[in-house]
Design a protein around this ligand. Structure first.
Ligand SMILES: NC(=O)c1ccc[n+]([C@@H]2O[C@H](COP(=O)([O-])OP(=O)(O)OC[C@H]3O[C@@H](n4cnc5c(N)ncnc54)[C@H](O)[C@@H]3O)[C@@H](O)[C@H]2O)c1
Ligand SMILES: O=c1ccn([C@@H]2O[C@H](COP(=O)(O)OP(=O)(O)O[C@H]3O[C@H](CO)[C@@H](O)[C@H](O)[C@H]3O)[C@@H](O)[C@H]2O)c(=O)[nH]1
Length: 331
């Protein structure tokens, strides 16, 4: 049996493909390369350049490859873009996931692990958010993911497709062995942008707002190392394969520690040993002030034990990857 990784040419999906191969799993990757890089797909996986929202094609692939479980990363991830173009996000995240779920039913694939997000909570007013926190996304991106969770829940109850929805907080860092990392030169993520500034690929960092109700006025986030996130997925895969318990399980993936934009900047400057060029800018649309995880459930239920829960490690691995990144990679 093999595991299908959708979006496996992207940042997190490529780490998942590596993590599965490292654990001796057979891996199939489907990615339409709309936002990914073929060079990130590890050798040793079967690759299809394929829109995962094409139900007929996906049904064929699931059957032909003997897939027993799907790990679904494919989607669009830029919060401000979802504010300016919501329809794109409902199409690429919600509709595509619906078609993929239908393909799973048609091909009798009984399990899916879904990339959800802390953005489903919206403004969490300073306290760490647990899974039972009110769901009030402030961006179309967050809503597109919340709708997908609900769809999977209903399809699970009525048609037997099991799901684990993992709500990631801010994923950053790179494979400690240097095999993958954030490779899109257009990525909007803070630590990526800082790494580009630190390596001279970007002129300066803009801090989006310093008048938030936080200790230093900049937004606070819970940054989680991508390798710890992949461990959480593997534990979720082991759990879902047992076919026991609730049809849908939902877990936060974060460390429960917040860092402000200025704290992340200070850590990056310490790592590179020099101040970075920075400009203060306006607030960015769709940004809640504080998003920090309460993540005891996944530790308790799956025995998740993060290995890289340290901002310096996250920044060092991101920077190592940025330095190694070939300028030949497409955007
Ligand atoms: N990066 C984060 O901090 C973060 C946080 C929370 C949730 N997530 C979720 O994790 C998942 C992966 O995020 P990422 O940071 O690796 O993004 P990414 O953009 O690097 O990867 C997404 C991949 O999906 C592919 N893709 C998009 N639509 C597709 C389609 N219809 N068919 C086939 N392939 C398609 C893209 O080409 C790309 O390779 C996303 O679903 C995202 O919403 C990411
Ligand atoms: O050049 C930059 C980039 C970001 N920021 C700020 O840094 C913080 C983090 O931003 P970013 O790294 O873009 O992440 P988020 O907008 O918090 O969203 C990420 O984290 C969410 C979960 O919390 C995921 O759902 C999203 O996919 C993922 O992009 C925010 O306050 C931004 O305003 C800056 O000040 N300057």
């Amino acid at each position: 049996m093999s595991v299908l990784v959708t979006g496996g040419a992207g940042y997190i999906g490529s780490h998942m493909a590596l993590g599965l191969l490292d654990r001796g799993e057979k891996v199939v990757v489907c990615d339409d390369l709309s936002r990914g890089n073929l060079s990130l797909v590890p050798k040793g996986v079967r690759f299809y350049q394929q829109d995962v929202g094409d139900k007929a094609a996906m049904t064929r692939i699931l059957r032909d490859e003997g897939v027993d479980s799907v790990v679904h990363f494919a989607g669009y991830v830029v919060v401000p873009e979802s504010v300016s173009n919501p329809a794109l996000y409902y199409e690429k995240n919600t509709l595509t996931s619906l078609r993929l779920a239908e393909a799973c039913l048609a091909a009798n694939v009984p399990r899916i692990i879904f990339s959800s997000t802390a953005a489903v909570y919206g403004d969490s007013s300073n306290a760490p958010v647990g899974e039972a926190h009110p769901l009030n996304p402030v961006s179309p991106y967050g809503r597109s993911k919340l709708m997908t969770e609900a769809m999977l829940r209903d399809i699970g109850s009525s048609n037997g497709l099991r799901s684990v929805c993992l709500r990631y907080f801010n994923v950053a860092g790179a494979d400690p062995d240097g095999r993958s990392g954030q490779s899109s030169s257009n990525a909007t993520h803070l630590i990526k942008a800082m790494s580009q500034v630190a390596t001279g690929k970007k002129e300066f960092l803009t801090v989006f707002g310093n008048d938030y109700p936080t200790p230093d006025g900049t937004c606070v986030r819970d940054y989680i190392h991508v390798t710890d996130l992949i461990d959480a997925h593997y534990l979720a895969l082991l759990d879902i394969r047992q076919d026991i318990g609730a049809q849908q399980k939902i877990y936060n993936c974060g460390y429960g520690v917040g860092a402000s934009v200025l704290e992340v900047l200070a850590c990056m400057e310490k790592t590179v040993g020099t101040p970075l060029p920075v400009r203060m800018g306006d607030r960015r649309a769709g940004d809640p002030p504080v998003v920090v995880a309460e993540s005891s459930a996944i530790r308790r239920d799956f025995g998740w034990r993060p290995q890289y829960a340290d901002l310096r490690t996250i920044i060092r691995t991101a920077l190592d990857w940025e330095r190694a990144l070939s300028s030949a990679l497409p955007a």
